[in-house]
Design a binder for this molecule. Structure first.
Ligand SMILES: Cc1cc2nc3c(=O)[nH]c(=O)nc-3n(C[C@H](O)[C@H](O)[C@H](O)COP(=O)(O)OP(=O)(O)OC[C@H]3O[C@@H](n4cnc5c(N)ncnc54)[C@H](O)[C@@H]3O)c2cc1C
Length: 414
């Protein structure tokens, strides 16, 4: 990463996670003559963006999220057509329930998602017989499932690097430093102050993008703006599956049932990224917001808890409960989420300031389209009608009223 930042830049972006990279990519594709300065104290893609479960889906209950996801998946395909080599599959998301009442409600759930603009081919409703025939590793107690089809795994770090590399020569400059202030005059953003390894530097600019992930709220305060973002810890466990309990072709499988007072949402998938027999497990057990830290200590009981819960869906996993399953990795990061579960993409109250934040558990999958959209805002393009659903202004003056109810997750989180 470069050190000296130069006297001025056309745009300065705080944060070189996948959001900041996508914003820089979106701009550089359109304005090769611009200098887009991407500032971060850390190497690119080394924080939350380096810890995802690496999934994507167009299966969302909100019409605008369906639009954003479909556009993003199209852009991922374009990147691959132009030579990018990040791994991606389309095995789908499989939502399963062992509860009779929940199984009965699955058709209504499909109808709700179709109402958000998804076509009839977006998902299949699976009856118990078909589930057993197609996914014999699942518990015979599973009574119903939805298989969302435009969905699967994507190497999210590879995707971020592909965007960065594609436009690196086209105006994106990476700089090591932390944004510590934004100077605002009567006509808006005037300059950004960055703490670099060589000391403080002030760079003139009239356009600033807050893409600081879990710290986006703190960065917005430099502008005197409050963002409706709360941060919750999310963890994942990567372990060996030497018995081959989870077929290598299995979809990303998510449990819809709560049990024993504990929430739904445990999820399991095969993961070939580090070992040929690896599986990845996660579970949104904790909905209580807490301040983000860079390397959160993940509770030691989580691997056992998540495995025990996953074994209610995939009984073969119980074999690893009383022997060392061979844990490869257990880490976590923070979802930065808004009360309505949708991102902040667009202008802030200060002229020349923008946010690309609040990306919760979908920041990687939505990144290409979000980068394209923030570039359109900055360049003053015509916007699709659904872009308004992501405008930070939707929360104006309502920050305190619109918090996520304690202990719950915004709609569509999984
Ligand atoms: C366990 C887990 C599983 C997930 N699974 C998925 C998934 O399957 N699919 C998916 O799409 N998404 C998933 N996500 C969500 C996804 O990882 C995030 O939405 C995404 O990485 C957010 O990217 P970001 O660039 O906003 O944040 P980050 O990657 O955190 O980047 C923010 C950057 O801002 C920098 N920064 C902070 N303050 C400043 C400052 N003052 N000045 C300059 N820079 C600053 C930080 O150093 C950091 O590098 C998951 C997240 C977690 C935690």
């Amino acid at each position: 990463m470069g050190r000296h930042l130069g006297a001025s830049a056309d745009v300065i972006i705080a944060g070189a996670g996948i959001a900041g990279i996508a914003a820089a990519w979106g701009l550089a594709r359109r304005r090769e003559d611009w200098t887009v300065l991407l500032v971060d104290p850390r190497p690119p893609l080394s924080l939350t963006s380096n810890r995802p479960e690496a999934n994507y889906r167009n299966w969302w209950p909100q019409a605008a999220m369906v639009e954003l996801a479909n556009r993003s998946i199209d852009l991922m395909a374009d990147l691959q057509s132009s030579g990018a080599t990040f791994a991606m599959n389309q095995r789908g998301y499989l939502y399963v329930t062992a509860d009779a009442a929940t199984a009965e409600r699955l058709p209504a759930r499909i109808a709700e998602y179709r109402g958000a603009g998804l076509g009839p081919a977006a998902a299949d409703l699976l009856e118990p017989g078909e589930i057993r025939a197609r996914f014999p590793h699942l518990s015979p107690g599973i009574r119903g499932a939805i298989h969302a089809l435009r969905a699967g795994s994507v190497d999210t770090v590879g995707l971020g690097m592909a965007m960065l590399e594609q436009e690196r020569g086209g105006g994106i400059e990476l700089a090591e430093g932390r944004v510590v202030g934004v100077d605002v005059g009567s006509s808006g953003v005037r300059s950004v102050t960055v703490w670099t390894p060589d000391g403080l530097e002030q760079v003139e600019t009239s356009r600033f993008v807050d893409a600081a992930g879990p710290w986006a709220g703190d960065v917005a305060l430099f502008l005197g703006v409050r963002l409706p973002i709360e941060t919750v810890l999310r963890q994942k466990v990567l372990m060996h599956d030497p018995l081959g309990v989870v077929p290598r072709s299995a979809p990303f499988t998510i449990g819809l049932d709560d049990r024993g007072g504990r929430p739904p949402g445990v999820h399991i998938k095969p993961d070939d990224s580090v070992a040929g027999d690896a599986i990845k497990l996660g579970w949104a057990v904790d909905q209580n917001p807490q301040p983000p830290i860079e390397d959160p200590a993940c509770p030691r009981e989580f691997p056992h808890d998540v495995l025990a819960r996953a074994a209610t869906i995939i009984p073969g996993l119980a074999a690893y409960l009383d022997r060392d399953p061979g844990i490869i990795d257990h880490d976590g990061g923070f979802y930065a989420r808004t009360p309505d579960g949708m991102p902040l993409i667009g202008p802030l109250e200060v002229e020349g300031a923008y946010a690309l934040a609040g990306l919760a558990g979908f920041g990687a999958m939505m990144a290409p389209a979000a980068g394209e959209l923030i570039a359109a805002w900055i360049l003053g393009d015509d916007l699709a009608g659904w872009a308004a659903d992501f405008e930070p202004a939707r929360f104006s003056g309502q920050y305190d009223r619109l918090r996520t109810p304690p202990g719950s997750a915004p709609s569509g989180e999984l």
